[in-house]
Ligand binder design. Structure first.
Ligand SMILES: [Fe+2]
Length: 275
């Protein structure tokens, strides 16, 4: 299979990014991100590609890592000065399996799509960066999240905007991406609104349907989000995360790498540094 056969280029002609159709697509994606913090491109990859990618995951399932720990939505901050019951102290469970970039064969379609230069250029234009490169991290440049019955991803904010993912396979029940677009802004943390979100009474909460084969761009720095618990399902929920950066050759910190390659159980309640 050629890399140009992976993407549904009739609907998404990103190989010719300067064409009027591609530029209209970029504009639409930017509008979606500005309005909803989310841009979903359905049927981005062909059904044949999806089938092959799922096989690539299935073959690696026995060697998947496993993470199980509680976290705060603000795990990169110092949170222990806040009282019990405050959203900064809230703990939610992360339970999921995953595969890392180095586990995939270089010829795997999951790797080839990431390494296809027109994809990076498309993402760059949508996210509005001067420059954008694939990260060069041997482990974290691609992370495939694999969630089985009972798994969930905790409510959290991202530290950066611009998560790029491909939904390979939703679960039969549950496992919905749920988020509150732009629930906080640069000055107002809106802890009252966050509390409502955790209690299930936020009018901002949304669970957009994300079907298999959908390419997703998301701004999660101000949009609190999670994956709801997986219910009964005959197959895992599989979501592929691709990592880009404005700087060439970006490698994640050793601590971030070790968190993934040597996962530990326990609570990540807040960093010891107050900066
Ligand atoms: Fe996130």
């Amino acid at each position: 299979m050629k890399v140009t056969d992976l993407v549904n280029l009739d609907s998404y002609p990103i190989q010719d990014i300067q064409s009027p159709t591609a530029q209209a697509l970029v504009t639409k994606c930017r509008q979606d991100l500005d309005k909803n913090a989310l841009c979903t491109l359905e049927n981005f990859v062909s059904p044949e590609t999806l089938m092959v990618m799922k096989t690539e995951i299935d073959d690696l399932l026995p060697s998947a890592y496993r993470a199980e720990h509680e976290r705060t939505p603000y795990s990169w901050r110092y949170n222990l000065d806040f009282p019990d019951g405050h959203p900064r102290r809230a703990l939610h469970w992360n339970r999921y399996g995953y595969l890392l970039y180095d586990q995939f064969n270089k010829m795997a379609l999951i790797s080839q799509l990431f390494e296809w230069p027109p994809l990076t250029e498309f993402v760059r234009q949508v996210l509005g960066f001067e420059t954008l490169y694939r990260t060069a991290d041997p482990y974290l440049s691609i992370v495939a999240n694999i969630m089985q019955t009972g798994d969930e991803l905790a409510w959290h904010f991202d530290t950066n905007d611009g998560v790029v993912s491909l939904m390979l396979q939703p679960a039969d029940e549950g496992g919905h991406f749920e988020y509150a677009p732009y629930i906080r802004d640069e000055v107002d943390e809106n802890y009252g609104g966050i509390q409502k979100l955790f209690e299930g009474s936020s009018s901002l909460a949304d669970q957009p349907a994300i079907e298999a084969g959908t390419f997703v761009l998301f701004k999660g720095r101000r949009s609190c989000h999670r994956v709801t618990p997986i219910g009964q399902t005959t197959h895992p929920r599989v979501n592929i995360l691709y990592s880009f950066d404005e700087r060439p050759g970006m490698v994640f910190s050793q601590a971030s790498q070790m968190e993934k390659t040597q996962p530990k159980s326990g609570a990540n309640v807040g960093l010891t540094s107050r900066t």
